[in-house]
Design a protein around this ligand. Structure first.
Ligand SMILES: NC(=O)c1ccc[n+]([C@@H]2O[C@H](COP(=O)([O-])OP(=O)(O)OC[C@H]3O[C@@H](n4cnc5c(N)ncnc54)[C@H](O)[C@@H]3O)[C@@H](O)[C@H]2O)c1
Length: 255
């Protein structure tokens, strides 16, 4: 069994650990679905795709150490991680942008079971206002501030075009929202104290492309990439400094 712990939040948990907690949680939910009552750190680490030493260290921040020979109690660990992530309470979420993505997010049933309630779906387009999506009526984004106040929205989701995202962000912030999930391909400026998480699937795809390339290189051997033209070499350094005319020439050539 896991040991009872004091509130870990008071002790400060590294950001990298916080980022891995949802991954452990997902793996643990998979175990409960299969009726598994306890899990070793090695099994849980394998299910979550991290090494077991890192997992044990992460969980020790929550005051959870497992029991030698038994491992971690799955239900209790789910409770501990959920509590740490604030998932034991209900979070109201407002989505701005009722296009393809906003509607897909609103339709996704998995948020509710994790403590996130979609409280509103808003859009600037009159033609979308009043449409029903997942039991919600699309509201005009003019109503953003009122919706945040009346429905105690704590998390704002931006699923608008890039052009509209900063304005929507500013309005969320001035309405008192301090946690924003941004899907629009733009870097948002926010004041201190506001947390923005950016989701960019194209970055994830680029990382996968990098790994695919590595795998292909491994399969083809050391000469796999010889046919690819290398880019022009940078100007030669002289005595540790790049000669100024070489830089000018490189700039002119667009290097
Ligand atoms: N992060 C990712 O991985 C990912 C994946 C897909 C799409 N996206 C991005 O998500 C956003 C939405 O994509 P989509 O396919 O749903 O686009 P979409 O065009 O179908 O929908 C965007 C919606 O936002 C609304 N909107 C625009 N400005 C607004 C404003 N100021 N206030 C309120 N509503 C506003 C539009 O009326 C429209 O209904 C885009 O920025 C897109 O680039 C990101």
């Amino acid at each position: 069994m896991t040991r009872p712990s004091s509130r870990p939040r008071d002790r400060g948990i590294p950001e990298a650990t916080v980022a891995r907690l949802p991954v452990y949680l997902r793996a643990l939910h998979g175990l409960t679905d299969r009726g598994v009552p306890t899990v070793s750190s090695e099994e849980l680490a394998a299910a979550a795709g991290v090494n077991s030493a890192k997992l044990r260290k992460d969980l020790s921040h929550l005051g959870s150490y497992g029991t030698r020979g038994v491992g971690y109690d799955v239900e209790y660990l789910i409770y501990q991680i959920s509590r740490e992530l604030g998932l034991t309470q209900d979070w109201a979420v407002a989505i701005v942008g009722a296009g393809n993505l906003g509607r897909a997010l609103a339709n996704y049933g998995g948020f509710v079971s994790r403590g996130f309630r979609i409280a509103a779906l808003l859009d600037v387009q009159e033609s979308l206002v009043g449409a029903e999506v997942a039991g919600l009526r699309v509201e005009h984004s003019d109503q953003l501030e009122a919706v945040v106040r009346q429905r105690r929205v704590s998390i704002g989701v931006i699923a608008t075009s890039a052009a509209g995202a900063q304005t929507v962000c500013d309005r969320f912030v001035s309405a008192g929202v301090t946690s924003i999930l941004n899907f629009a391909p733009v870097v948002l400026n926010v004041p201190e104290g506001v947390d923005v998480r950016k989701v960019d699937l194209s970055i994830e795809l680029q990382i996968l492309a990098f790994h695919e390339q590595r795998k292909a290189a491994g399969a083809l051997g050391p000469d796999w990439n010889v046919s690819v033209e290398p880019p022009p070499a940078p100007p030669e350094r002289v005595g540790g400094r790049i000669p100024v005319d070489a830089v000018d020439a490189a700039e002119e050539e667009g290097r």
